[in-house]
Design a protein around this ligand. Structure first.
Ligand code: ADP
Length: 304
């Protein structure tokens, strides 16, 4: 197969590993920087040009779209879908996973365990919002934040009120969430591929830090998930229609609570801690699910 990795940087651990895994499994690996793609829309003949050349004969793409370029990155993935190219993750699912509020709504509907969360657009309602999640201490999160930036722990009602006021004053949208104290500054990351948890790590924040993000100095260790944790991870990935996903959850006294589902989960933390070939498993997923089109990119086929 000809498999393209959509990534902005060949030197990133995840990108390098995916390209290598593709070659190791006997395929041709192609790196495409999605920001350097032109999308050409003609009736019945969708095309992508990469650095001026038409992109042709790609069998599958593995999108690695950074949060800051979601709009254009997912437009490129969508264009590959229009060209009937198999994608490891759907453009629509990536878009949805990037919206924290929407993801929580979709997961709640599917019966996934979540921390109690509230959102308001009306900035005079801080007090009500705070009581909706059981009062302080509580977590305030920027809807557009990643890597733990924009996640604040407000210890008191007063602090919570002023932080929410400040964010609202800046016209930043935030969600307010109950603080899961018993998680002890740690969370679990389950790596899901094709309806299976293929590996899991426990991330512990550095001393005195409630955020466990590796980018914030947290450390990762291999963990064996409980059955309820595996089930929660699979349910969350399924609800968001993500066959390849990194599911983050907190261990609470009422069971696993999903924090977020990542549609371009990093491979470094999980592969280094578990010593598993997660990149190879992603490629294997593409091999199994890609179906050779009978007549690729022909107008008749595209009309279907
Ligand atoms: P980001 O997408 O920026 O990583 P998260 O929602 O994953 O934001 O939060 C970052 C970290 O903060 C989590 O990994 C977790 O350790 C901690 N955290 C987030 N929400 C809560 C919460 N409701 N209760 C306790 N800790 C939390």
């Amino acid at each position: 197969m000809n498999i393209a990795v959509l990534s902005r940087n060949a030197n990133l651990y995840s990108t390098t590993r995916l390209l290598k895994a593709i070659e190791e499994r006997g395929h041709k690996a192609i790196l495409i920087d999605h920001l350097k793609c032109d999308i050409v829309i003609h009736e019945n003949k969708p095309a992508i040009f990469y650095k001026g050349q038409p992109v042709e004969n790609i069998d599958a793409v593995i999108p690695r779209i950074g949060a800051s370029v979601t709009f254009y990155g997912t437009a490129v993935v969508r264009q590959f879908e229009m060209m009937k190219v198999f994608t490891a993750v759907d453009s629509q699912a990536i878009v949805r996973s990037r919206d924290k509020l929407r993801s929580l709504q979709v997961m709640a509907r599917a019966g996934v365990g979540l921390p109690n969360t509230a959102f308001t657009n009306y900035s005079k309602e801080e007090k009500n919002l705070i009581s909706q999640v059981g009062g302080a201490p509580l977590i305030i999160k920027l809807l557009e934040g990643t890597q733990g930036l924009g996640v604040v722990l407000a210890e008191t009602q007063k602090a919570a009120q002023s932080v929410i006021e400040a964010f609202h004053g800046l016209k930043a949208r935030v969600i307010v969430q109950e603080f899961i104290k018993e998680a002890g500054g740690a969370d679990l990351r389950a790596f899901v591929i094709d309806g299976e948890v293929v590996g899991a790590i426990r991330r512990q924040g550095k001393e005195g830090e409630f955020r466990s993000n590796l980018h914030r100095g947290g450390s990762a260790t291999v963990v064996k998930l409980k059955r309820s944790e595996k089930a929660a991870a699979l349910k969350a990935a399924k609800a968001l229609n993500l066959p390849v996903a990194g599911v983050d959850m907190l261990q609470s006294s009422r069971g696993p609570l999903i924090l977020e589902v990542n549609s371009s989960p990093g491979l470094e933390g999980i592969e280094k801690a578990t010593e598993l070939d997660i990149a190879g498993k992603i490629v294997e997923y593409c091999e199994k699910n890609y179906q050779k089109p009978r007549r690729r990119n022909t107008p008749t086929q595209l009309k279907e």
